[in-house]
Design a protein around this ligand. Structure first.
Ligand code: NAP
Length: 255
């Protein structure tokens, strides 16, 4: 893993905020947790469990649960609230990214995709909206979507469809929950570097670098910094919006 440069976010920007990050043990979730903690937040990390929680820099405490389980998302939020008293910011980050031709995507594979990316995001968002109403309003939901929610990649049709649904869900939830003071936004990352990706997928990495005007893959910190900004008071008039964090790859013509 490359070393992480210091955050440029104003120190303490999320001071006093309790931030629940789903999938916090994964690549991007851990990056979000680190950035939010450096901005002063108390980060509650979510992991799938069962078993002991992982160790992730910046995560102050953990909740566990399978987000595909019928009551999974509801219980995860309830456990986080029980643990820290209140949740101010929810980051719907957990996700799966299997590669399969649509021809091979059966009902189970399709449901697995939509359960974690869309159903869980909805149940957690709805739960947070109810919780924030009890707290007198406010709060922020940040949904981690993807540039593939704009343009599908081969072998990722069900993923692209789920991320596109999450983007639209973000706008719908912003519209319905805005009057109570809850903001709902999305971050859509491009290709994010992870250990071994150069060896595992050299042509994909090379194509991304060639296509992205900034010439590199992103890092988990790049996503984390965008989340911190959107969760902060600096973004207090931003809702229903999507921040694309992709090194500019979507500036390219697609034909
Ligand atoms: N990496 C990229 O280039 C990229 C680009 C654009 C968007 N994204 C999005 O960013 C988010 C994070 O991706 P990532 O690359 O960090 O993936 P990752 O390293 O695989 O982490 C995903 C996390 O989600 C958890 N998770 C998945 N299904 C779950 C379930 N049913 N219940 C509970 N936890 C579950 C995983 O837990 P387990 O380890 O137990 O499975 C893991 O901790 C995803 O929504 C992804 O679609 C990623």
């Amino acid at each position: 893993m490359s070393s992480v440069p210091p955050s440029s976010a104003p120190v303490g920007e999320l001071a006093g905020r309790r931030v629940l990050v789903t999938g916090a043990a994964g690549l991007i979730g851990a990056g979000i947790a680190r950035c939010a903690a450096r901005a002063g937040a108390h980060v509650v990390g979510h992991h799938r469990g069962p078993g002991a929680p992982p160790t992730v820099d910046g995560v102050a405490s953990w909740v566990a649960g399978d987000l595909r389980a019928p009551e999974g998302p509801t219980r995860v939020l309830a456990d986080a609230i029980a643990q820290v008293g209140s949740v101010d910011v929810l980051v719907n980050n957990a996700g799966i990214q299997p590669v399969a031709a649509l021809e091979d995507v059966d009902a189970d594979a399709f449901d697995a995709m939509f359960d974690v990316h869309v159903r869980a995001a909805h149940l957690l968002t709805r739960g947070l909206a109810r919780h924030r109403r009890e707290q007198g309003g406010g709060g922020v939901v940040v949904n981690i979507a993807s540039i593939e929610g704009h343009e599908p990649a081969p072998g990722h049709g069900h993923y692209a469809a789920a991320k596109s649904a999450l983007r639209m869900y973000t706008r719908a939830a912003a519209q319905e929950f805005g009057p109570q003071g809850l903001r709902v936004v999305a971050v859509s990352p491009g290709l994010i570097a992870r250990d071994g990706i150069e060896e595992a997928w050299p042509d994909g990495v090379a194509r991304y670098r060639a296509a992205a005007p900034l010439g590199t893959l992103g890092t988990a910190q790049d996503v984390g910094e965008a989340v911190v900004f959107l969760a902060s008071e600096r973004a207090r008039w931003v809702t229903g919006a999507e921040l694309v964090v992709d090194g500019g790859v979507r500036t390219r013509p697609t034909w």
